[in-house]
Design a protein around this ligand. Structure first.
Ligand SMILES: [Zn+2]
Length: 410
């Protein structure tokens, strides 16, 4: 892979930095990748080769590219960090995978961090707001570690422009209350490999870090909010062993709040009213009704709403279309996708829900956990005793359903 033609442009009222990505060993077409921001932050955006190199490294390894070449100087910390990050991914998933050779001039005298300024990724979800809240509780505003800027990104989970502008409006309420400057960023990096499984398992920490690096003139420290707690940690694309490797001598990347469970994070956020009113957890953007930030029907919405019920505050927030969750809806829409973390998120709700008298939801959660283990047991039995024949029959039935659905819609 070659990263070429690094350039700065203006696109209407947006400032843009872009590069051309040329795939060499896979049959992918040449791509233009970019980062944009609005006019007030134009002078903070730089065409930083670090950003493009970080953005490309994991997609290049995934597609079997032998090298990533960029004709620009890079920091030795980042050079070593990228090799370490690739090594973690290889160690976790496929030890036979080849590391990508980084072909770039490594600087002997990289830029030191100058003016200290801290930022974070401001998605408006529980993880993100926990980072901001904990930072406000831990540091005085004038301290260099006190978060001053929040980066809100269009083009990752949210690609709908109208919804993004609505999210910006809601996040501005929180930003104003916390004394944080909200910086909107528009990028198409995810198009280097749009597969969601790749995003989750390998890509997301590097994408966030790449966005941070185009603001290295403004920021010296950027925090990536943790996805999981340390007690239920497993290999993932944003991870405390991975994310700090995307640092350079002039910009440190942190991964934080790993000591807090999902319920403890939710409690921290729920105790801050502006955050509770503007909370945004939903990634099922096509199901979100106009004027709302959350659909109130997907697994993540329902899990969060149930946690807020367990804390006795769901009826105090305007963030969801409903102020209650029924046993039937929770059983129908909830599932455990990422064990052991997801199971722990449900299991820790049982005691506080019982304390709230919501024995219907306790029953629902116990069934969701039991159902998960029953299905996993059946899958294991199918694999070991039946050579996966039940799974194969299920796949055939699923493919036939898809075919008949596409014929009906044609
Ligand atoms: Zn939702």
């Amino acid at each position: 892979m070659r990263i070429e033609n690094l350039r700065s442009e203006t696109n209407g009222n947006l400032s843009k930095v872009a590069a051309t990505v040329i795939w060499e060993d896979s049959d992918r077409l040449t791509q233009e990748i970019y980062f944009q921001t609005t006019e007030p932050f134009a002078n903070d955006l730089s065409c930083n080769p670090h950003a493009f190199l970080i953005a490309c490294i994991m997609p290049a390894m995934r597609q079997g590219e032998a090298r990533v070449s960029i004709n620009a100087p890079i920091c030795p910390d980042l050079h070593n960090g990228l090799i370490t990050a690739m090594s973690w991914i290889r160690q976790w998933y496929k030890p036979e995978r080849q590391l990508v050779q980084i072909e770039a001039k490594v600087l002997a005298t990289p830029k030191p961090r100058t003016a200290e300024r801290a930022g974070f990724f401001f998605s408006g979800g529980i993880d993100s707001l926990t980072t901001l809240r904990a930072n406000r509780l831990d540091f005085l505003l004038e301290h260099p570690r006190s978060i001053k800027d929040g980066l809100l990104i269009h083009g990752l989970e949210v690609e709908d422009s109208q919804l993004f502008e609505q999210i910006v409006g809601s996040m501005l309420n929180i930003a104003q209350d916390a004394g944080v400057t909200l910086i909107p960023v528009y990028t198409n990096i995810r198009q280097l490999n749009p597969d969601w499984e790749f995003w989750g398992k390998e890509f997301q920490g590097s994408v966030l870090a790449a966005v941070a690096h185009v603001f290295a003139q403004r920021l010296s420290l950027v925090t990536i909010p943790s996805s999981f707690d340390i007690f239920n940690l497993y290999p993932y694309g944003s991870h405390p062993l991975l994310d700090p490797n995307y640092s350079s001598s002039d910009l440190q990347i942190r991964h934080d709040s790993i000591l807090l469970s999902r319920l403890n994070k939710t409690k921290l956020v729920a105790d801050w009213d502006v955050a509770l009113q503007n909370l945004r957890v939903c990634n099922k953007t096509r199901f979100i009704q106009s004027g709302w930030l959350n659909c109130g029907q997907c697994e993540k919405c329902l899990r969060t709403m149930t946690a807020l019920l367990a804390l006795g505050v769901l009826d105090k927030t305007r963030a969801f279309p409903q102020d209650n969750v029924s046993e039937a809806l929770l059983v129908a829409k909830s599932y455990i996708k990422n064990p052991p973390y997801a199971e722990s998120c449900y299991r820790e709700l049982i005691a506080p829900l019982a304390a709230q008298g919501r024995h219907d939801l306790v029953r629902a959660i116990k069934w969701i956990i039991t159902r998960y283990h029953l299905v996993e047991g059946l899958k294991q039995m199918d694999r070991t005793l039946l050579n996966g024949n039940i799974h194969n029959l299920y796949k055939v039935a699923q493919d036939k359903t898809k075919q008949s659905d596409s014929k009906l819609s044609a």
